[in-house]
Design a binder for this molecule. Sequence first.
Ligand code: AMP
Length: 203
Amino acid sequence: MRHLSTGDALRQKAGEDTPLGNQARESMERGELVSDELVAQVVRECMTDFSDSTGFVLDGFPRNRSQADILEEVAGETPLCVINIRVDEEVVLKRLSGRRHCLECGKICNVYFSPPRQEGVCDTCGANLIHRPDDHPDVIQRRLQVYREQTKPLTDFYSKKSCYFEVDGNLDTEAVFGRISAHLAGEESSAGNPHLSTDRPSL
Ligand code: AMP
């Protein structure tokens, strides 16, 4: 399956000196959501680029009710599996505030859990590590507030549906990956499941 992170796609747009790029950058730097119109455009563009793929992992989308409606519309008949990775706020704070990115090779490390051998330098390729502007504590607090107000209500919306699956994201990466993989494998093999079938691509 192809991985589409709306955050990654929007960071790319935000790097462009265009009206849409500037609009995206301002919202992201404040920790606010980018407009639904721009997000919908980004999702549609990526899905067209990935049209040869057998399915998509949509990471960070939908983030509010109107984006859930956009997803229904773009998914059409394609079956969905909605995965909510639940993480305690104090864990989120450490993961985000300690996160550092390498813009050259894409490696992510964390100054608390997996510090680089040399401060500010990528272990893999030697390039400089960056601290995302929205990973600073004041912006993280705003992102958490936006999450509580706009995204958390989606759990009520989806948890009533059989396509919904929740996993404990406080566990380590391998454990979370293992639980999600096992769930998807079980869904695929359960005969007659209307939400995931083997003859159609899955989201
Ligand atoms: P992320 O990389 O998923 O943490 O997203 C970083 C930032 O990109 C968010 O704080 C938002 O400003 C923006 N963003 C990412 N995905 C969405 C979305 N689905 N809707 C609106 N804004 C988004």
